[in-house]
Design a protein around this ligand. Structure first.
Ligand SMILES: N[C@@H](CCC(=O)N[C@@H](CS)C(=O)NCC(=O)O)C(=O)O
Length: 220
């Protein structure tokens, strides 16, 4: 059985989890502590420490750079999901860069504000240290103070996606492609704490999100 090695609120893990559910293929989730990547390090033979990774039999699949989408492409070809049609290759790579930079960057900060509610007590010290070493001392407190501005900025950055949904039910076409799962993962991470809703102004995006939460390959 395919194993997804992850932690539950990671935007990039949610993307792959939703793709696996979409494929209706049974899979097993292995949650690791955010601060202990030794399992990933071991499984990738000392080549990677990020999440997600997947194990499929003897094969371990992981990303080769920030924009590689190795895991999604592996699942796409294994289960014939139609997420990466050739004619959309260039367009999708432009869109997923925007999603993973502009949307993820704000969404994860807004969710991280509530880190004490989601990170188990024993992992809080290394979590805080990891964040503060990466983003600066007091960064989580600063994001809390900036919450309103960050929410307004996220609403503004989501306008193009709301506009893409004017003409069809999914971002690019009448059926979901990879970028739909990608945006879904970033937004599910933003919503993970349970303290937020999607911006009320983006009515199409809200309906699209509900569709993306449960869509399955055999129903499109
Ligand atoms: N582009 C990669 C990004 C993965 C990523 O940034 N994962 C984060 C967790 S959300 C991670 O493990 N970063 C390394 C670290 O935290 O040390 C992907 O799509 O998988």
């Amino acid at each position: 059985m395919i194993e997804l090695i992850q932690f539950p609120w990671s935007p990039f893990c949610i993307v792959q989890r939703r793709i696996l559910e979409f494929a209706r293929h049974p899979f097993h989730i292995v949650n690791i502590p955010n601060a202990d990547r030794s399992m990933v390090w071991r499984m990738t033979r000392h080549r990677y420490y990020g999440v997600p990774i997947i194990r499929d039999g003897r094969r371990v699949v992981f990303e080769t750079d920030n924009d590689s989408q190795v895991i999604a492409k592996y699942l796409d070809s294994k289960f014939n999901l139609g997420l990466f049609p050739r004619e959309l290759d260039g367009l999708q790579s432009l869109v997923w860069r925007a999603i993973e930079n502009e949307i993820e960057d704000i969404g994860f900060r807004l969710n991280d504000i509530y880190w004490q509610e989601m990170v188990p007590a024993a992992e809080q010290l290394p979590f805080l240290r990891h964040k503060e070493r990466k983003f600066g001392r007091g960064s989580l407190d600063q994001w809390r103070r900036d919450q309103k501005t960050l929410l307004a900025e996220l609403t503004r950055r989501l306008i193009p996606y709301e506009m893409m949904l004017l003409a069809h039910p999914f971002l690019l076409e009448d059926r979901p492609r990879f970028v739909d799962f990608d945006l879904y993962g970033m937004l599910a991470n933003f919503l993970y704490s349970g303290h937020y809703h999607l911006p009320a102004a983006h009515t199409r995006l809200k309906k699209w999100y509900r569709r993306m939460e449960k869509i399955k390959l055999d129903s499109i």
